[in-house]
Design a protein around this ligand. Structure first.
Ligand SMILES: [Fe+2]
Ligand SMILES: [Fe+2]
Length: 294
């Protein structure tokens, strides 16, 4: 298994490139990461934001850590972005991703991504509104594929989410979005499929199945988020806890589908009140379990 760390586990705890690189490389023993926008906010003014972002990238490079992509985290996920109810809110969602692309480019990283967006409660129930907003969103996103290319990125990622009020949630929805975007995009757009989202039983029932996802849209899956879950809520637990996603299951899936480049990014989110000592020890223990299974 090609294992990577989404840096969500570290937010508010280990700040600055050298501190984070030490935790990732020397403490946890990983050399591939996905940098979360919860560490550097794309909305910060670029003249202050970019030196901070570049400092992380430079320290990681010195430590021999590859940043494969940058990705929206908790803060970004709070907003409706491309599927918001008004043109003004959708334009701000587009500006958010544009700024994240700019920050990613400044870091010398070649890929960025986030979920696509959320409908309002009223729009989610209205098929005509959903379709109108979706078409608008496709146009806005395609514009940004040109911007991303001009800024030196080679891939954009979209993460499906486990809510019917958002898009895409199901595998067929994700396939439709991939086809609609990749037919006209300036650079490839790929899926970042989160195991805990895809295996969300209350929404997907017997389609809560990663083999089903591979069958429907496997060609577009560029990488995965992995996390432990009970399948009942989107838990983002670590693999030190029991749940439906065991390290053995991940390893078996990796082998059977002959995966090679589609990094498994651990996306572990701890309660803010959890101690730093526990977080670090728990991350080390979980990585050991995953490496054993691989
Ligand atoms: Fe995720
Ligand atoms: Fe999630």
């Amino acid at each position: 298994m090609k294992l990577g760390l989404n840096l969500s586990f570290a937010i508010k705890r280990w700040l600055g490139g050298d501190a984070m690189a030490h935790i990732v490389k020397n403490e946890i023993g990983c050399d591939i990461v996905q940098f979360t926008w919860d560490l550097v906010d794309p909305w910060w003014p670029a003249e202050q934001r970019d030196p901070i972002a570049r400092e992380y990238a430079a320290a990681f490079r010195r430590a021999g850590i590859t940043i494969e992509s940058t990705f929206g985290g908790l803060a970004s996920y709070t907003y409706n972005h491309f599927l918001a109810p008004t043109p003004e809110l959708r334009a701000l969602g587009k500006e958010h991703l544009k700024r994240a692309i700019d920050m990613t480019s400044e870091m010398g990283v070649r890929a960025a991504g986030m979920p696509f967006g959320s409908f309002s409660a009223a729009d989610a129930l209205d098929p005509v509104r959903r379709e109108t907003i979706y078409k608008d969103a496709i146009g806005a996103y395609l514009d940004l594929t040109h911007h991303a290319k001009a800024r030196g990125l080679d891939t954009l990622y979209i993460e499906p989410v486990p809510l019917a009020t958002e898009f895409p949630s199901s595998a067929p929805d994700a396939l439709r979005l991939m086809k609609d975007l990749n037919a006209h995009s300036a650079i490839p757009v790929r899926l970042m499929v989160d195991w805990g989202h895809a295996l969300f039983t209350p929404l997907f029932g017997d389609k809560a199945d990663m083999d089903y996802w591979m069958e429907i849209c496997g060609d577009y899956i560029g990488a995965f988020h992995i996390q432990q879950s009970d399948g009942l809520l989107d838990r983002h637990w670590n693999f030190t806890r029991d749940g439906v996603i065991t390290p053995d299951r991940l390893a078996e899936f990796w082998r059977r589908h002959r995966l090679s480049s589609q990094t498994y990014f651990m996306e572990i989110i701890y309660p803010f009140e959890e101690t730093d000592e526990h977080v670090l020890a728990d991350m080390k223990a979980a990585v050991a379990l995953l490496r054993q299974a691989a």
